[in-house]
Write a protein that binds this ligand. Structure first.
Ligand SMILES: NC(=O)c1ccc[n+]([C@@H]2O[C@H](COP(=O)([O-])OP(=O)(O)OC[C@H]3O[C@@H](n4cnc5c(N)ncnc54)[C@H](O)[C@@H]3O)[C@@H](O)[C@H]2O)c1
Ligand SMILES: [Zn+2]
Ligand SMILES: [Zn+2]
Length: 378
């Protein structure tokens, strides 16, 4: 390994400030320190959370940074104390860590490890500690991962080793969007066979939720989106009906109540809009309906009438689909290799890292499900 122990100079897409296009720059990536792994990123998806931090969120701390958190790559070198990874291993960096030691890791009830980048500062979305510099300035690491770079450095508690035959330009999607939506349905909502579900928002996260509902045995899966171009894709993942809130004068929750004799058993919000979160809750049947928040926002508080919950509905949220990341991502990769979960069908565009701004524009205009950026040759 000619590069081990040395600073690597490589290309990365740097977000110098909010609301501006990313800029391709040559950055320096320091060698991994104790318990860290330097990864050659091969491919990355673009997720709405990248756009959110760049354009939509109100917290503007965390710049300049290298964004991207849905990647896959190959271990280039490891820091001292790392024994479970070696150069050449195929890996997926994880924005939710799994240290295995903290009380959250020890509980089967949650995936909220307290050792990760996010434990106390979701607001800034970037790690203060970073191995990146550019033009003499410290460049922060977005969500502890930073996959819009040819190389990145991640703590070993936030890296999953995956099957050596996994195609990195597909399984990168398991680093965020697909694991998130799929797990929200199977782990958080715990969708039951024969049930009726509604999924709000048909981006990759929502479509993965549709796939989770289908794999869990749901009988009816009602796909809700204001963009009717998404319906054809939703069928591929198992949606049985489609509703465009714009086609109705009535509130969407009333439309769903009428379609389902009083409301759906499970609803999943995959948009990131507090009004939609409320609609998703109100679309559930009283007595046992469960509504899961998956979409991300910190712009507004949400509200609802207490009677919604008093009448027996449950309102929950899901981070990374509730999956314990290091344990579950390799398993999800195997499930893809055994054709138990779909990934290829989410990919509508393939581009290079240098085209990242075009990929971001495509997502803004609803023109893609997922764009995969090739970052380094495998
Ligand atoms: N909880 C987590 O761990 C986690 C992880 C990844 C992403 N997210 C969040 O999930 C959300 C979806 O991400 P994505 O990458 O699929 O985004 P996306 O932009 O590809 O998809 C969003 C979809 O919502 C639809 N939509 C917008 N307004 C709507 C409305 N009022 N009613 C119905 N549909 C509407 C859009 O047309 C689009 O199809 C984002 O908020 C993202 O930040 C959360
Ligand atoms: Zn994401
Ligand atoms: Zn932990």
């Amino acid at each position: 390994m000619a590069t081990a122990g040395k600073v690597i100079k490589c290309q990365a897409a740097v977000a110098w400030e909010p609301n501006k296009p990313l800029v391709m720059e040559k950055i320096e990536v320091a060698p991994p320190q104790a318990n860290e792994i330097r990864i050659k990123v091969v491919a990355t998806g673009v997720c709405h959370t990248d756009l959110y931090h760049l354009f939509e969120g109100k917290h503007k701390a965390g710049f300049p940074c290298v964004m991207g958190h849905e990647g896959a790559g190959i271990v280039e070198s490891v820091g001292s104390g790392v024994t479970n990874f070696k150069p050449g291993d195929k890996v997926i960096p994880l924005f939710v860590s799994q240290c295995g030691q903290c009380r959250f890791c020890k509980s089967p009830k949650t995936n909220q490890c307290e050792k990760g980048w996010a434990s106390d500062r979701y607001a800034a979305m970037s790690e203060l500690d970073t191995r990146f510099t550019c033009k003499g300035k410290k460049i922060l690491q977005f969500m502890g991962t930073s996959t819009f770079s040819e190389y990145t450095v991640v703590n070993e508690i936030a890296v999953a080793k995956i099957h050596p035959s996994a195609p990195l330009n597909k399984v990168c999607l398991l680093g965020c969007g697909i694991a998130t939506g799929y797990g929200a349905a199977i782990n958080t909502a715990k969708v039951e066979p024969g049930s009726t579900c509604a999924v709000f928002g048909l981006g990759a996260v929502g479509l993965a939720a549709v796939m989770g509902c289908k794999n869990a045995g749901a009988k009816r899966i009602i796909a809700v989106d204001i963009n009717p171009d998404k319906y054809e894709k939703a069928k591929v993942f198992g949606a049985t009906e489609f509703v465009n809130p714009k086609d109705h004068e009535k509130p969407i929750s009333q439309v769903l109540h009428e379609m389902t004799d009083g409301g759906v058993d499970f609803s999943l919000e995959c948009v990131g809009n507090v009004a939609v979160m409320r609609s998703a809750l109100e679309s559930c049947v009283k007595g046992w309906g469960v509504s899961v928040l998956v979409g991300w926002t910190d712009l507004d508080d949400f509200s609802a009438r207490p009677i919604q919950l008093i009448a027996g509905r449950t309102w929950k949220g899901s981070l990374f689909g509730g999956f314990k990341s290091k344990d579950s991502v390799p398993q999800l990769v195997n499930d893809y290799l055994q054709k138990k979960v779909k990934l290829d069908e989410f990919i509508t565009h393939n581009m290079t890292l240098a085209q990242v701004n075009s990929a971001i524009d495509l997502m803004k205009t609803g023109g893609c499900i997922r764009t995969i950026l090739s970052v380094s040759p495998e």
